[in-house]
Design a protein around this ligand. Structure first.
Ligand code: 5GP
Length: 188
């Protein structure tokens, strides 16, 4: 793995390396092992519900860290657009195709900030009568939480600053950075 640059510039602002690839991937292996243990004896394969766009990379890596049979589907919610703060409202852009009745569901988010998106998806899925409902998020900003948004499989708690990379965008770019970068405090 080539060493990630220590800083990147995105849309004219400087971000510094916060979580490198190795750190992210080794935590995902731990989460995968935890999920394997928790779902070893279930009667139907768990289904991961990734929340687009941000969680597509984490969902793919988390699934590949799991060895039990599993399925995947996606929700799509509105994004931040080009802003660095949550709009405070959640809009559904694409629902679920799969029938979740009686299924073991794991919602997968890239990041829980205010918690509104995770809460929204959990509430929507709860109405579909799943056999069980859990959640995973690569990142969480504990200082941003505004609603109860439980995370059963958490990668990392992070500082309350804007982050990019590993699926997370800034005005739709930067998702392809393999590591997570955080806005330099001087720029915040
Ligand atoms: P919440 O609804 O918890 O406030 O925010 C959830 C969504 O907002 C995430 O799925 C993500 O798309 C976006 N988001 C929250 N914090 C950040 C951040 O620091 N960077 C980026 N790029 N997106 C964020």
């Amino acid at each position: 793995m080539p060493a990630a640059p220590q800083t990147v510039t995105c849309r004219g602002e400087r971000f510094r390396l916060y979580l490198d690839e190795e750190t992210i991937q080794s935590r995902i292996q731990e989460l995968g092992a935890q999920i394997d243990a928790d779902y070893a004896d279930v009667d139907t394969p768990p289904i991961f519900i990734g929340v687009l766009n941000g969680a597509y990379i984490f969902t793919a890596d988390l699934m590949r860290a799991v060895t039990v049979d599993c399925e995947v589907d996606f929700y799509k919610l509105s994004s931040y657009g080009a802003a660095k703060v949550s709009s405070g409202s959640v809009t559904l852009k694409k629902g679920i195709d799969a029938d979740l009745t009686g299924r073991h569901v794991i919602v997968v988010e890239d990041i829980v900030d205010t918690g509104l998106s995770m809460r929204y998806v959990l509430d929507q899925i709860a109405e579909k009568n799943p056999a069980s409902l859990k959640s995973a998020s690569l990142l969480r900003k504990p200082d941003g939480l505004k609603v109860d948004a439980p995370v059963d499989y958490l990668g990392f708690d992070i500082d309350n600053l804007f982050v990019i990379g590993y699926g997370l965008d800034y005005g739709q770019i930067a998702r392809n950075l393999p590591a997570v970068y955080i806005l330099d405090e001087d720029e915040a």
